[in-house]
Design a protein around this ligand. Structure first.
Ligand code: GRF
Length: 199
């Protein structure tokens, strides 16, 4: 997993695996921030946790290459980005095509990028949510695998909406990874193949 921050999605996976709800193994957690709470959660769970600082590298491509050298060393079947806040360069994205997912807090293709809850409120969207999608070179633009929807209420502010969305992200990510673990989802050309109805 790649994470830059709080790591609540990571925790949801750790808990689901620990409780036998997800048959998977987290082989490493990698970050661009040494102070990411996600790394602490990983260490507390006895997982490999590593950070590399971007400022120790001259270019994004060099940073990516060093980071993914470590990621690839643990031979993940799947790479999950959850709150990884650094753009990934084309070479590593292409090299892991169909094996890298991101969870994004909006109903893509709506509200790409940052501050998605503010974007949804500003647009007056009646529903909002989260998406799990394959990572492609286009930011938040890869094929969507699964989504979870939440209502937007009249008195919502961004923190209230964010809390409602993150509560749905956790089961969405667990369920999507369960499909992967069962070999039931794959990227075929530019489309997602899912052998059941979308979540
Ligand atoms: C989540 O909202 C995720 O969708 C977005 O960043 C946030 C990460 O939360 N990409 P956490 O670090 O998993 O708690």
């Amino acid at each position: 997993m790649l994470a830059s921050g709080r790591g609540s999605n990571l925790q949801a996976l750790i808990d689901a695996i620990g409780e036998g709800r997800l048959h998977a193994r987290i082989v490493g957690v990698f970050s661009d921030r040494r102070d990411a709470l996600a790394l602490q959660r990983a260490r507390d769970a006895g997982l490999l946790a590593e950070a590399l600082r971007a400022r120790d590298f001259d270019t994004r491509l060099e940073f990516d290459a060093a980071l993914f050298e470590r990621v690839d060393a643990v031979q993940p079947d799947l790479i999950v980005c959850a709150g990884y806040m650094r753009l990934l360069g084309q070479p590593v994205v292409e090299a892991h095509r169909g094996r890298m997912l991101n969870i994004h807090p909006s109903l893509l293709p709506a509200f790409k990028g940052l501050r998605t809850h503010e974007q949804a409120l500003a647009a007056g969207a009646p529903v909002h949510g989260a998406s799990v999608h394959f990572v492609t070179p286009e930011l938040d633009g890869g094929p969507v695998i699964a989504q979870a929807r939440v209502p937007v209420r009249g008195d919502d502010d961004a923190p209230a909406l964010a809390a409602r969305v993150i509560a749905r992200e956790h089961p969405l990510l667990v369920e999507t990874l369960r499909l992967f673990a069962q070999g039931r989802v794959a990227l075929q050309s530019e489309h997602v193949h899912l052998d059941r109805a979308p979540l």
